[in-house]
Design a protein around this ligand. Structure first.
Ligand SMILES: C[S@@+](CC[C@H](N)C(=O)[O-])C[C@H]1O[C@@H](n2cnc3c(N)ncnc32)[C@H](O)[C@@H]1O
Length: 246
C-alpha cells in the first residue's frame, strides 16, 4: 500500500472519530478519558488480556523466585500497575511496590489486592516510569512492566530508571505490544489507526519498536520473544515478552 492510501484511510478514521477530536480540542476529552473512560475500559482490557495471555504470563513469571535477594526477600516494583492484573502471577510473600501516573484505577486495584492476599503490598507511588526518584538505587529485585512502554513519554529514560532501581543481578520483566512486521496488513492498519488510537486510548502508540530500545539498554542478559496474541479485529496483536537481567 502506498503512503497516499495510508493517509487517505487515516483521514477517514479521523473523520469518523471527529466528535472525539472536537472534545479534545475543547479540552473535554482528556479529563473524561483519564477519570472515566480509560479506568472503565482498562478493567475490561485487563480481563481479556489475562485470559488470552495466561499461559504466557505464567511461563514468564515462573522464574521470578530465582531473583529473591540473599536476605530471602523478593522486592518487586511494578511500573504502570493499573488495576493490578499481574498480581495473581507473583509468588507468595513477594513484596510489591505499585507505581502509576494515574490514581483513577484505585477501585480495580483494591479489588485485585483483596483477591491476591498471598502478596505483601508495601507502597503505592504516584510516579512516571521516567522518574522513579522516590525509589532508592539498587533497592529492588525485580521490575515489571506490562502494556506500559507503549504509553510512556520516553522509553529509554524509563529503561534507565529500571536499571537504576534494580540491584545488580535483578530482573526486568516485560510484555508489550509492538509494531507488526512492516510487510503485514496488521502494520498497515497500525499506521492508519495510530493517531486516533493514541487519542482514544490515553496516549497508547501502536507502532513502537520497543525491542530495539531493550536491545540497546545496558542489560547484561536479554531473553526476548516475539509473539502474537490472538486479539481478533485488533491492530495490536504483535507483542514482545521476556526478561532482562541487570
Ligand atoms: C494499558 S495500561 C496497563 C496496566 C497494567 N500494567 C496491565 O498490564 O494491565 C497502561 C498503564 O500505564 C500507565 N502509564 C502510562 N504512562 C505511564 C508512565 N509514563 N509511567 C508509568 N505508568 C504509566 C497508565 O496509567 C496505565 O495504568
Amino acid at each position: 500500500m502506498t503512503e497516499a492510501s495510508i493517509l487517505l484511510f487515516r483521514a477517514c478514521f479521523m473523520l469518523l472519530a471527529m466528535p472525539i477530536y472536537l472534545l479534545s480540542f475543547l479540552g473535554i476529552w482528556e479529563p473524561f478519558c483519564k477519570k472515566i473512560f480509560f479506568p472503565f475500559i482498562l478493567e475490561k482490557i485487563a480481563a481479556v488480556y489475562n485470559r488470552k495471555t495466561k499461559r504466557q504470563k505464567q511461563e514468564l513469571f515462573r522464574n521470578l523466585p530465582e531473583f529473591t535477594s540473599p536476605s530471602g526477600e523478593l522486592k518487586l516494583l511494578e511500573i504502570g500497575t493499573g488495576c493490578g492484573s499481574n498480581f495473581q502471577f507473583y509468588p507468595p510473600g513477594c513484596k510489591v511496590t505499585c507505581t502509576d501516573i494515574d490514581l483513577h484505577f484505585q477501585k480495580g486495584l483494591s479489588q485485585s489486592m483483596s483477591q491476591n492476599q498471598h502478596l505483601h503490598y508495601e507502597r503505592f507511588l504516584v510516579a512516571a516510569g521516567e522518574d522513579l526518584s522516590q525509589v532508592p538505587s539498587g533497592s529492588v529485585d525485580a521490575v515489571v512492566c506490562t502494556l506500559v512502554l507503549c504509553s510512556v513519554r520516553d522509553i529509554n529514560s524509563t529503561l534507565k530508571e529500571v536499571l537504576r532501581v534494580l540491584r545488580p543481578g535483578g530482573a526486568f520483566y516485560f510484555l508489550e505490544h509492538v509494531a507488526a512486521d512492516h510487510s503485514s496488513w496488521n502494520y498497515f492498519w497500525q499506521q492508519i489507526l495510530y493517531p486516533t488510537w493514541k487519542l482514544v486510548f490515553a496516549g497508547c502508540c501502536l507502532t513502537r519498536e520497543i525491542w530495539k530500545n531493550l536491545e540497546q539498554a545496558n542489560f547484561s542478559e536479554l531473553k526476548l520473544q516475539h509473539i502474537s496474541v490472538p486479539l481478533p479485529w485488533m491492530p495490536n496483536k504483535s507483542h514482545i515478552i521476556g526478561y532482562a537481567v541487570k
